[in-house]
Design a protein around this ligand. Structure first.
Ligand code: SIN
Length: 285
């Protein structure tokens, strides 16, 4: 077996074949790291990973995060504290993981904290017959496709990223339904960041719900963010992953957003996820 990397024709993502993620050589780790920076999203098919193997693979790319707020349950335990469960399955009426069976809106992971993860890896254990596809958006491309006047306008602007709701729109436990703009729990990041490894500029939107641009009035902020979201939906390059059991998809959280399609609530979907700790997203000068 030798590693092969085949970019998708969509302008984001690549298939990586010829590797067993439970037994990587240092050379293969280097090749995967380079491909991850170059292609932003990598898919590995046909992997057999227990939680130790998933966590050990992910730790090649940095220190692992614990599970995000609200993703831990009493009814289902992973073998490693760094492994988070994404699932609609319920045991004794309690969901065993996060995000259920509904649509998850476009977002980057955990941008509501000061140092959002650099990487996320999602591994499929059970999948529905249809639905539940995961879509990825190229945020370098989203920035590059902006008109020059808009690029100039975004210079120096920062955005508050809401910590109170998950990407399926649900209120996280411990938070209130409403906050004033000033009170809203979350983190503030530049609207345009420079990726520390690629050196490229990326539009850094996080998610739309409750986002606001700190330097603008509420009306100006909503108008600008709405314009940016119309732009990314129309112009950014996207790729969708149709899951098979044993797929692992790893993405660069600094230069991509992702969303998930809904699926039949009577079917089962079980994914284990890891996240690599990041640093403060640097503003693009
Ligand atoms: C996520 O938004 O992190 C989960 C995506 C998925 O369930 O496919």
């Amino acid at each position: 077996m030798s590693i092969s990397i085949t970019p998708f024709p969509d302008g984001i993502g690549a298939d990586v074949a010829g590797v067993d993620l439970a037994n990587l050589t240092p050379g293969e780790v280097d090749a995967i790291r380079s491909a991850w920076i170059a292609h932003q999203v990598l898919r590995f098919r046909g992997q057999k990973l227990n939680d130790d193997a998933l966590a050990n693979f992910s730790a090649n790319f940095g220190e692992l995060e614990g599970a995000p707020i609200g993703f831990k349950t009493r009814t289902y335990k992973t073998d490693r504290p760094e492994v988070t469960v994404i699932s609609n399955i319920k045991i004794d009426g309690e969901a065993i993981g996060g995000l259920g069976d509904g649509e998850a809106e476009w977002h980057s992971d955990m941008t509501y904290i000061d140092m959002p993860p650099d990487a996320s890896a999602l591994y499929s254990l059970e999948i529905p017959a249809s639905g539940g596809d995961t879509w990825f958006m190229n945020m370098y491309d989203a920035y590059d496709a902006l008109p020059e006047a808009m690029k100039a306008k975004l210079q120096g602007l920062t955005c508050k990223h809401d910590a109170t709701r998950s990407s399926d729109g649900k209120l996280r436990s411990g938070f209130r339904e409403t906050y004033t703009r000033e009170e809203l729990p979350g983190a503030v990041h530049p609207l345009v960041i420079r990726h520390p490894d690629s050196g490229r500029k990326a539009l850094y939107l996080g998610r739309r719900l409750n986002a606001h641009v700190m330097e603008l009035t509420p009306a100006e902020s909503d108008a600008l963010l709405d314009q940016l979201w119309v732009h990314v939906r129309a112009h950014a390059k996207t790729w969708s992953q149709q899951w098979r059991v044993g797929d692992l998809v790893m993405w660069d959280n600094r230069c991509t957003m992702h969303r998930r399609d809904s699926f039949d609530p009577s079917s089962r979907r079980l994914m284990h996820r890891t996240q690599v700790r990041g640093s403060t997203p640097p503003a693009a000068a």
